[in-house]
Design a protein around this ligand. Structure first.
Ligand code: G3P
Length: 219
């Protein structure tokens, strides 16, 4: 399973990339706003930190504009940048054109299995269903992941299912059980997935005992 960071904060990306298991990064216009930095400059820096796919989102609402922005981003930014496109009819058409050009895409804002399947038919490299935002409406976002994975099992689909809008480690663990290909998450969730109080307690005990081994001159 691929683990992506969902942030445009380069300090967080450097921190998690140092762990050696970061597979990619997703950004969106809200995350770029939060970074307070120039869009292309920050995406280029992210792409230099992590050599996996880095999603940069188009902001045009029409197909021609999305294609134009997607081509410009590919021309100006590092090779590992992929084009994030909203799941609208216009976005679907842009995804088809860019995919036919061999450009990798991530179709975002997916809230139904039918949207995911249609984006896959357009040639999307990734489809991004939003779990947390469905949970926020009082429904179970994980049911959407299950539905999409069942759909994928019925057909021969190359598109990867990128679970997004992840809010806590349980979301990630449930995605793993359902076989989602990729999960994009905030740095906080990444840290929570690696943290266990018994690891900390166990290590503390080992280090305390080792200090005594050293003190006895037996190291
Ligand atoms: O990258 C898009 C997605 O992960 C957004 O998450 O927390 O704003 O719903 P959130």
């Amino acid at each position: 399973m691929e683990f992506f960071l969902d942030t445009a904060d380069v300090d967080e990306i450097r921190e998690i990339a140092a762990w050696g298991i970061l597979d990619g990064v997703t950004t969106n216009p809200s995350l770029i706003k939060k970074s307070g930095r120039d869009f292309k400059e920050v995406v280029a820096e992210i792409a230099s930190i992590c050599d996996g796919p880095i999603s940069a989102e188009v902001t045009a609402m029409d197909t021609a504009g999305m294609i134009e922005q997607g081509l410009a981003l590919k021309a100006e930014l590092p090779e590992n940048v992929i084009i994030k496109i909203p799941c609208t009819p216009e976005g679907l058409a842009a995804t088809k054109v860019l995919s036919d050009e061999g450009i990798k895409t991530n179709v975002t804002l997916i809230f139904s299995a039918s949207q995911a399947l249609m984006a896959a038919k357009a040639g999307a490299t990734y489809v991004s269903p939003f779990i947390g935002r469905i949970d926020d409406t009082g429904h179970d976002g994980m049911e959407l992941i299950a539905e999409i994975m069942n759909t994928w099992a019925n057909y021969d689909i190359d598109t990867k299912v990128l679970a997004a809008s992840i809010r806590h480690p349980t979301h990630v663990l449930q995605c793993i059980q359902l076989g989602a290909h990729t999960a994009t998450m905030p740095a906080k969730t990444f840290r929570q997935l690696m943290s266990h109080p018994l690891t900390d307690k166990g290590l503390e005990g080992f280090m305390r005992d080792w200090a005594e081994v050293e003190a006895a001159g037996n190291a």
